[in-house]
Design a protein around this ligand. Structure first.
Ligand code: N01
Length: 545
């Protein structure tokens, strides 16, 4: 055994463990490692037949991360950080999955992970202070702690259009892509959806398909990814000062170490702004958040924001040959960044190809899926394959999919009927010893997920460690702390432009979902400090007993 590999703490068949972790993605893997090192017995349940979470499920053509690999990687183990060699600025899904499988092997995680097992129910037992957890395979396990590491974007959504069951071709959702891949050669393909997944998949599907029709409901702002192989010298230099780079990310607004903006976009002259945006657009080393962090008021002032939005619209008009198609691709109904911006490679260029067609489904709505394709109000389309790049029931979907019952049998799903309520995105009042990694009310999807995941995993590990050190057994957010935090998340959200857009951040993509700004936009650094301070002040806002 090496220092980083503690002796086995878990009796793998025990029906009672210290902690059940749901999900073996980025969060679940680190949680297992961390809690086991603290001496806890842990059981992880994972629905997939492999580890990797997001990077296990999302195997669609072009799937790759849009935060740089050197930033989108674990920092908890200096040896891992130094040993792993990244190949590209934005590595593809296969490489990210290989990395996570390596992590699972390296830290001997598999022995405590039950694959192909979905947690269906978890209920809190007040008489024993334990969670009773059930799975679709009939497992029944009790645990002192339950940690939901189920991801923010994992409950895939197929649109509510009638007729899908009648379609005689093959259909796919980007978030459940077949492991063996799909060959679209010689096929007529329809793609619904133009968010990050669609933007990545469309240019590659267009390379194979004989005809590609893209159904767009809302045009998105797509910045050039400028992906490229990593220069080994650059990789060495980042690794040499990794500690500093990671710390800057932890203190930053979005979990990525970029310089903080210094002035308002409206204080800059038009020429100065143009040159700044130009530099971001063409820079090989640019980041997803560069446009948002270029000036102080990009997400708070419509006028400031529109300077960036117009810059992108102008580039679209330059790239796309047909002015009518260009106009359809230019977002005008939401401020830049209020729906998640996308990074693309040849995205706009793809619409210049003769076999690619764009259909605006706001003007011509999809009416039904037919046995041979898809019908809009105005036209019948014939397809051999349909691809739904239609996103996820974000942030709450994977949590409410499980029957989680807290004190007095209260269902989490019912408690959240009017929108999620949490304290710090970490805990829910009435659900003792339940933790949500990157839960609603935390920076999560507005940040580099790796930075936020590590912060949450470490906070939860410390909270459990501190509880045990004090000889206590339960920790639970108070209703007052939860109310105050939920109000704060909403108030801060409403100081920005985010709520002005229809987005999955607001629950708009799921019919009937309450319209609430779910993530916390107070900034990764300040949020982290708040969590640290709460713990330092004796877990203020939590009852520990
Ligand atoms: O999903 P989305 P996604 N009829 O919800 C449209 C992360 N991610 O899988 O905008 C017609 O963004 C919908 O239209 P509208 C990232 O955080 C990261 O692409 O709702 N259209 C939209 O165009 C991202 O934001 C990476 O009007 C319908 C699209 O489908 C998040 O995951 C890669 C429709 C859905 O876009 C989700 O991205 C991929 C309907 N009934 C994902 N329903 C990277 O790191 C939905 N749409 C690069």
């Amino acid at each position: 055994q090496t220092a980083s590999r503690p002796p086995a703490a878990t009796d793998t068949n025990s029906r009672d463990v210290d902690a059940v972790v749901v999900g073996a993605g980025l969060s679940g893997l680190y949680l297992l490692h961390r809690l086991r090192r603290q001496g806890l017995t842990v059981r992880v349940f994972e629905a997939g037949d492999g580890v990797g979470g997001t990077w296990y499920w999302n195997r669609y053509p072009g799937a790759r991360v849009d935060v740089k690999s050197m930033d989108y990687s674990y920092s908890f183990d200096p040896d891992l950080e130094q040993d792993w060699v990244w190949t590209e600025k934005y590595p593809p899904q296969e490489e990210l999955l290989r990395y996570l499988e390596h992590v699972a092997d390296r830290f001997d995680l598999y022995r405590d992970i039950r694959l192909e097992t979905r947690v269906t129910e978890a209920s809190w037992d007040d008489s024993t202070d334990r969670w009773h957890v059930r799975t679709d395979r009939g497992d029944q396990v009790t645990a002192q702690f339950l940690v939901m590491a189920t991801g923010c974007l994992s409950a895939a959504k197929v649109p509510e259009v009638p007729g899908l069951e009648t379609f005689r071709g093959r259909w796919y959702h980007t978030g459940h892509w077949p492991r063996e891949g799909v060959d679209f050669s010689g096929r007529r393909v329809g793609v619904v959806g133009t968010g990050s997944s669609g933007v990545q998949a469309i240019p590659l599907i267009a390379e194979q398909a004989t005809e590609l029709t893209v159904f767009q409901r809302t045009p998105n702002f797509v910045l050039p990814a400028r992906n490229h192989p990593i220069d080994p010298e650059h990789q060495r230099s980042v690794k040499a000062r990794y500690g500093e780079v990671r710390e800057a990310a932890r203190q930053s607004a979005f979990g990525i170490a970029v310089p903080a903006p210094q002035k308002s976009a409206l204080e800059a002259s038009p020429e100065e702004r143009e040159s700044r945006f130009e530099q971001i657009w063409y820079d090989e080393d640019n980041n997803l958040v560069d446009m948002l962090t270029s000036y102080t008021d990009m997400i708070t002032s419509r006028e400031a924001n529109d300077t960036a939005a117009q810059y992108v619209r102008d580039r679209i008009a330059e790239i796309v040959d047909d002015p009518e198609v260009a106009a359809m691709l230019q977002p005008t109904d939401h401020p830049f960044g209020t729906k998640r911006p996308c990074l693309g490679t040849n995205y706009y260029e793809t619409f210049n190809l003769p076999h690619v067609r764009l259909v605006d489904v706001r003007r011509d709505p999809i009416v039904e899926i037919t046995p041979t394709g898809l019908r809009t109000a105005a036209e019948d389309f014939e397809f051999d394959a349909l691809v739904f790049a239609t996103g996820f029931d974000a942030m709450t979907g994977a949590l409410t999919a499980v029957d989680i019952r807290g004190r007095d049998g209260v269902l989490l799903r019912e408690k959240w009927a009017a929108g999620p309520r949490t304290y710090l995105g970490l805990q829910v009042a009435g659900f003792p010893n339940l933790f949500t990694i990157t839960g609603p009310g935390s920076p999560s999807v507005l940040s580099n997920m790796m930075t936020s995941i590590e912060q949450h995993v470490e906070w939860v590990g410390d909270a459990i460690g501190d509880l045990r050190a004090c000889g206590l057994t339960t920790i639970e957010a108070t209703v007052e702390a939860e109310d105050a935090w939920t109000r704060h998340v909403d108030e801060v959200g409403h100081t920005t432009l985010y709520p002005t857009a229809n987005s999955w951040y607001m629950g708009d993509n799921v019919p009937g979902k309450p319209r609430v700004f779910m993530p916390y936009i107070g900034g990764v650094g300040p949020y982290r400090q708040r969590c640290t301070d709460v713990a330092a002040c004796g877990y203020e806002g939590f009852v520990r007993s």
